[in-house]
Design a protein around this ligand. Structure first.
Ligand code: C2E
Ligand code: MG
Ligand code: MG
Ligand code: MG
Length: 279
């Protein structure tokens, strides 16, 4: 469109775009400052064996507390951190802190507890990821077998040599991998052949309506069967009630996470959760 005609319409879109960019810019400035001043905390959500109710591991989830007491969701600031090159530093802090927390809890008597850390695909683009993982484990005196890395399908289908090589060497260290949000990414399942994950996490969108929608049950059953025949464990995300739990046990799902047991909590709240009789 030529600049002369429809100038008002043109400006209207311009202004809206500007406002989006200003919001994004402001958030970015605050994110930079928050990283500098270490304003983040890690919360931990239990992963439960469905049959026994035993909590065998916890997933570290990033929290950014605001001065008014609210939290900005990682779903909102992680994509921005990825776009602006901040995720490497933030992600490495998460890795170190999660390993230290797991180690502290092991020392308090939860000696077989494992910890899961979400990794961004951007962290895999750096060729020093294996070193950073080793350093985090070493600094925490944590065996590699205590660490699980959660990856999304988008990372696994971008099958570059560097990613493949890093996955292999991390796996040789003894770290395990879980495929996060399974079923929401891509229909290309080819990566399941080449990539040795141990666990498949079924996305919450399939679990939350499991008892409401007739179509979700056969879908979840199929995912669980496929995982079992590939030798993968299944974890159901977002279990919120007893009925969903019972259905998933009947379908043969191994583990679960969700508000039914607990949301993510700060580290000091974990011992009480871990000591709670199985539920
Ligand atoms: P995710 O890894 O799939 O984590 C599960 C999300 O579901 C978490 O949201 C968790 O709080 C929420 N959730 C758990 N149980 C329930 C439930 O029963 N009901 C409902 N409605 N929600 C439940 P959260 O903490 O807001 O994290 C969102 C996403 O942000 C995560 O999804 C993950 O992809 C990303 N994320 C969080 N922490 C990190 C991190 O340290 N690094 C990276 N790269 N990504 C992270
Ligand atoms: Mg996750
Ligand atoms: Mg997930
Ligand atoms: Mg998710």
């Amino acid at each position: 469109k030529a600049k002369g005609d429809g100038r008002n319409t043109f400006r209207y879109y311009d202004d809206k775009l500007d406002q989006d960019n200003i919001d994004k810019f402001n958030l970015l400035q605050r994110l930079r400052q928050a990283i500098r001043q270490q304003e983040f905390s890690l919360y931990y959500q239990p992963k439960v064996a469905l049959q026994s109710g035993h909590i065998h591991s916890v997933e570290a989830l990033l929290r950014w507390p605001q001065s008014d007491g609210s939290m900005i969701s990682p779903a909102d600031f992680i994509p921005l951190a990825e776009q602006c090159g901040l995720i490497a530093e933030l992600g490495n802090w998460v890795l170190q802190e999660a390993c230290l927390a797991c180690s502290r809890l092991r020392a308090q008597g939860f000696s077989t507890l494992r910890v899961a850390v979400n990794l961004s695909y951007v962290q895999f683009k750096n060729d020093n990821l294996e070193l950073l993982v080793q350093q985090a484990l070493l600094a925490a005196r944590l065996p590699a077998s205590a660490l699980e890395l959660e990856l999304t399908e988008s990372l696994l289908i971008s099958d570059t040599d560097l990613i493949q090589q890093q996955l292999n060497s991390l796996s040789k260290l003894g770290v395990t991998f879980a495929i996060d949000d399974f079923g929401t990414g891509y229909s290309n399942l080819g990566y399941l052949r080449s990539f040795n994950a141990t666990t498949l996490k079924i996305d919450r969108s399939f679990i939350s309506s499991l008892c409401l929608s007739e179509r979700d049950e056969p879908l979840v059953q199929a995912i669980i069967n496929m995982a079992a025949s590939l030798g993968l464990k299944t974890v159901a995300e977002g279990i919120e009630d007893e009925a969903t739990l019972q259905k998933l046990i009947a379908l043969g799902c191994n583990d679960g996470q969700g508000y039914y047991w607990s949301p993510a909590v700060p580290e000091p709240a974990l011992p009480a959760l871990l000591n709670r009789p199985p539920q």
